[in-house]
Ligand binder design. Structure first.
Ligand code: DOR
Ligand code: ZN
Length: 423
């Protein structure tokens, strides 16, 4: 059988110890051969000419807005954005309309995703309607194809419900993705509570709102002896608590998002709602702690919290919903702010954006190996480009990276062996 032969690529996969020039043969959904100077067997040829070839990225925190909020994004457009960002698998958060709290909605997502340019890993709601009251049917949701549980957007309301969630999910060997926030502290806060919120005269969210949530999940995980994954870590105190928890042997994993290691709350002085998300941008000392957490491995993974909203919704600073898009800029943000700044090597970055999230979600991707999935990204690590949301492939333009000059440019993305993006 002939396939596609990608030649002269810089193959990178930290888990397999691969960091060398080589060739890869794709046959259908699988990598059939990997090596140097592979023979041409009637394959189509792609000369990578030294571009980096890595496992397609796995973004474990994405809002696809489908069903119900498809004016912001839908499964098709969100997966196009993913493909353009080199992302071949996305974990889709359940805060849709209806929320992903039933097997029917999980099946709807998977059915629609079967025609999309990336793989969709549905995350099921912890509570019915994300209302924080009644737990969903975890077994049935797993059966339907959900890969994880979360009430993201909302924290799981009570410690009791979260402890039940962690126990039930652990029995099913499914991860719980925790949005850590004590809403009683957030109140009507819009941005990080501090110098900038005071200057602007807008209500602030204390860092403690996140930290109290992080502390709760760690305490529950430790006392129950079950895993928990902490979403979008943004504060220095949370990084320290996660570091300490890991030292105590807690089965805690964590992710952060590019905006927390690229930007600080000074950006909000512009009163531009494209810099508003939850948790909010923080001061420089928190950004530095996030970098240190990434450097020493306290923070395991990088995800985007891709959260599309329309320009109309984002138009008024105080009224706009929280969230920023991120699928099309995450790799370049990582290369520019982590690799170029010496926080981690390029193979390490790719690992934190593919193999590690795949492992946390227990899905078989994120590796360059014979027999493995033919989900790949080919990118130029040197090429510099300016972020212009007008060129995005997703439906929404609410990027906090707009105007930045970033290094690292996706040239080709393959998913299930198909070319899904070409620059
Ligand atoms: O900024 C955010 N936007 N944070 C969340 O937790 C939810 C998300 C959304 O759904 O828009
Ligand atoms: Zn969240």
């Amino acid at each position: 059988m002939s396939g596609l032969l990608i030649r002269h690529a810089h193959l990178i996969d930290l888990s397999a110890g691969i960091d060398q020039i080589g060739d890869v043969r794709l046959e259908g959904e699988r990598i059939s051969e990997l090596g140097t100077s592979l023979s041409v067997q009637g394959d189509r040829l792609l000369d990578a000419d030294g571009l980096c070839l890595a496992p397609g990225l796995v973004d474990m925190h994405v809002h696809l807005r489908d069903p119900g909020l498809t004016h912001k994004e839908d499964i098709e457009s969100g997966c196009e954005a993913a493909a353009a960002g080199g992302v071949t698998s996305v974990a889709a958060m359940p805060n849709t309309l209806p929320s992903a709290d039933s097997p029917e909605t999980i099946r709807y997502i998977l059915e629609k995703a079967s025609r999309a340019k990336a793989r969709v890993l549905p995350v099921a709601a912890v509570t019915k309607g994300l209302a924080g009251k009644e737990l969903t049917d975890f077994e049935a949701l797993k059966q339907a194809g959900a890969v994880a549980f979360s009430d993201d957007g909302n924290p799981v309301a009570t410690s009791y419900l979260m402890s039940e969630t962690m126990k039930r999910a652990a029995k099913l060997q499914m991860p719980v993705l925790a949005h850590c926030e004590d809403r009683a502290l957030t109140r009507d806060g819009l941005i990080h509570e501090g110098e900038i919120s005071q200057k602007l005269g807008v209500p602030g969210v204390p860092a403690a709102a996140e930290d109290v949530g992080t502390a709760r999940e760690i305490a529950l995980s430790l006392s129950l002896g079950v895993p928990v994954h902490i979403c979008h870590v943004s504060t220095a105190v949370s990084v320290d608590m996660i570091r300490a928890a890991k030292k105590m042997g807690a089965q805690v994993t964590a992710e952060t998002c590019p905006h927390y290691f690229v930007l600080t709350h000074e950006k909000l002085l512009s009163r531009d709602a494209d810099y508003r998300m939850s948790p909010p941008l923080r001061p420089e000392k928190d950004r530095r702690a996030i970098l240190e957490g990434l450097r020493d491995g306290t923070i395991d993974a990088i995800a985007t919290d891709h959260a599309p909203h329309t320009a109309e919704e984002k138009a008024v600073f105080e009224k706009a919903p929280n969230g920023v898009v991120g699928l099309e800029t995450s790799l370049a943000a990582g290369i520019t702010f982590l690799v170029e700044n010496g926080i981690m090597s390029l193979p390490e970055l790719l690992y934190r954006m593919s193999a590690i999230p795949a492992k946390i979600l227990r899905v078989p991707c994120g590796a360059l190996r014979e027999g493995g999935r033919s989900d790949l990204v080919l990118f130029d690590p040197q090429k510099s480009w300016a972020v212009d949301p007008a060129h995005f492939h997703g439906k929404s333009r609410n990027s906090a990276m707009k105007g930045l000059q970033l290094r690292g440019c996706v040239q080709y993305t393959f998913c299930r062996g198909n070319l899904v993006y070409r620059r």
